[in-house]
Design a protein around this ligand. Sequence first.
Ligand SMILES: [Zn+2]
Ligand SMILES: [Zn+2]
Length: 330
Amino acid sequence: MFKLSETGLVVKVSRGVRRIVRSLDSDYFEEGTDYVMSQPKRVELSRCMPFIVLHLICLLGLIYKPSVFTLSVAVALYLIRMFAITGFYHRYFSHRTYSTSRVMQCVFAFVGATSGQRGALWWAAHHRIHHRESDKPGDVHSPVQNSFLWSHIGWITSSANIPTNYAIIPDLAKYPELVLLNRFDWVPAFLLALSLLLTGNYLQAAAPQLQTSGPQLLIWGFFVSTVVLFHGTCCINSVGHVFGSQRFDTKDASRNNLLLALITLGEGWHNNHHRFQSSVKQGLYWWEIDVTYYVLFVFKHLGIISDLKTPPKNWDRAKVLVKAPDKVPV
Ligand SMILES: [Zn+2]
Ligand SMILES: [Zn+2]
């Protein structure tokens, strides 16, 4: 009798633990992934709420006004994480424009996830579909097929776009550590927020001349920086397919835009990118500023990455002669 109730307790506890783990697992869907992905693509108010709350939290910055130190941290975290999105999530995981070690790709996925833009595998899967179906009905965030607002943020609020389509990314899904990071994609961002809060509290006492505090560093260093970073990235999908010039006839609406290139560390040369998707370099002329490429070039010389793919030497002729864009990795 005693043994039976003991077993019952173990079953209850293990069920409880399983339930908690599932609720924290971004890849777990009670109804099944296929069912969720088959739902109609539409803006869902309930899924807008986290974004609204995130923006509202930023208003607390009016109460906790930033010191120069805090603002510097916020800007630095914007730049580092924008680079992680463009250099790692986009140019490595989505397009495999260079090679790196298994350890480094795991580090890249972790750093990228501190941006709060989901896991590397989710990001890469959607992005590969974007290139396969550019501005056609299958493109998940096309401003040509849907509204500008949908391409900017609406598509992320649709349940159908929440699961990771692992069929698109077999070359990445074979690494269990990447899948684990994708399942618990919120952990790196949470750890960043927590470390900012703790660091701010420590500095308030240890270095009062910095005029910072835990809440101030958390709000500006994490929330404000993350929201600005989010909109900067989203602009590639919206602005990058509406405003700017087209050098190549890529049969889509991708544009080159200097302002966007400055905001996103080089991703604004989006029409170039749609033409040469497998190139690590998106700025084709010296004046097409592409900070992500410059940093990756340094990474190469430090031995962190290798096999950087660049456009063909005769790319200028390709402008006229070759119309078909590169193919996505798989
Ligand atoms: Zn791309
Ligand atoms: Zn695009």
